[in-house]
Design a protein around this ligand. Structure first.
Ligand code: FUB
Length: 368
């Protein structure tokens, strides 16, 4: 190559390097894509569905609500440890210590972490295991309901308050009198009456409360006997106390007979959620050993509820837990799995998917 040709080649290379990247032809970069990318007002829409919504910490048990025009998520905060020595059927591996709150402006941006809003060390009655919480708004106040073991290692349900949905939350000095077991969910009906629904088998200790008192030796019903149902109580106007007795919610099969304890793919295990759609009450829950989120419908919050099918098929990981919320005219299922940790049951991540009703009010099962 002559000296002249080398100079020409260098000049061409310099010229090419100065052309903006968007004008160069790159593999897979079509002219249409280039013109969309360069439009100053359009932002790419992120697809956040069925992907971990939070990746800087482990999160689970998402209770989602619309407060102040945004979605607020109240999840459990799984610890990043490998404490396998404590893994057992009592769920000691789920040894969470605090709560974070997250908010989402819309369904195409990831949630914002508002930081720690409550820590077990600040809850006078609690000793450990801050499990699945829920939140409610009434009387100009936000209420955070949460289960934890008390100083005798019995699960109780506590409440903490804030003037902001993003917390921080100030706990009451004692747990809600008469409360027990885990996974509180608060449903406020159209007439303003609030209900708290709760309960969970095995580690959640519901079997130990069948006499109305804590029986450390309590066991569940036999396989051919009606399964234990979730519990429900009315909340008093101040949202801090039960107003009346704790009742058992009866879950019926479609032939109107009680679901039996041996029906592991239908019976209630934990993770209560209640919502209303077209005037019908929907009670959804985890079947635990069946690993599905099932749902049943009824005509009042206290039931009975008739089994209808599944909201969510089994996810990666043993536990499954969810919430259902309407936001800007669409319905969403918030749930968790353990994909972020590669399947470690006690290191979970929250996700969201769109939920669709059929014309008859049944819910289309979501494949995670
Ligand atoms: O996160 C701890 C427990 O695992 C919850 O309370 C259950 O619902 C299950 O998700």
């Amino acid at each position: 190559m002559t000296h002249h040709k080398i100079l020409m080649l260098c000049a061409l290379l310099i010229l090419f390097a100065c052309v903006p990247v968007s004008s160069q032809t790159l593999p897979g970069n079509t002219p249409e894509a280039t013109s969309v990318a360069s439009a100053p007002t359009e932002e790419p829409v992120m697809d956040i569905f069925k992907k971990p919504l939070v990746t800087h910490i482990y999160t689970a048990d998402p209770s989602a609500h619309v407060f102040e025009g945004k979605i607020y998520i109240y999840p459990s905060h799984d610890l990043d440890h490998d404490n396998l020595l404590t893994a057992n059927n009592d769920g000691d591996q789920f040894d969470m210590e605090d709560y974070h709150v997250f908010s989402m402006e819309n369904m195409h941006t990831l949630p914002v972490d508002h930081g720690e809003v409550l820590n077990v060390k600040d809850v006078p009655w609690a000793s450990k295991q801050m499990w699945a919480p829920d939140a409610a708004f009434k009387n100009g106040t936000y209420y955070l309901y949460f289960p934890a073991r008390d100083k005798q290692h019995i699960f109780r349900i506590g409440v903490a308050t804030s003037k902001s949905p993003a917390g921080p939350f100030t706990p009451e000095s004692s747990y809600i009198e008469g409360s027990f077991s885990i996974d509180p969910c608060v449903f406020i009906d159209d007439d303003g009456q609030a209900y708290i629904i709760f309960g969970g088998l095995m580690g959640g200790q519901l079997e130990k409360w069948q006499t109305g008192q804590f029986d450390p030796h309590g066991v569940g019903p036999k396989h051919n006997e009606p399964a234990l149902g979730p519990r429900i109580a009315r909340l008093a106007a101040d949202m801090l106390r039960f107003d009346g007795p704790v009742q058992e919610i009866l879950l019926l099969d479609e032939d109107k007979t009680p679901i039996l304890a041996g029906e592991g793919e239908k019976r209630f295990f934990e993770a209560s959620w209640m919502h209303k759609y077209n005037g019908v009450y929907y009670f959804s829950y985890s079947t635990g050993t069946g690993h599905q989120i099932a749902y049943a419908i009824g005509d009042k919050p206290t039931g009975p509820f008739v089994f209808k099918g599944y909201v969510l098929n089994p996810v990666t990981g043993w536990t499954t837990h969810h919430s259902i919320v309407e936001f800007q005219g669409k319905w969403y299922l918030f749930y968790h799995d353990a994909t972020l940790s590669g399947g470690v049951d006690y290191k979970r991540n929250i996700k969201v998917a769109e939920l669709t009703y059929n014309p008859d009010g049944t819910i289309q099962t979501i494949e995670p």
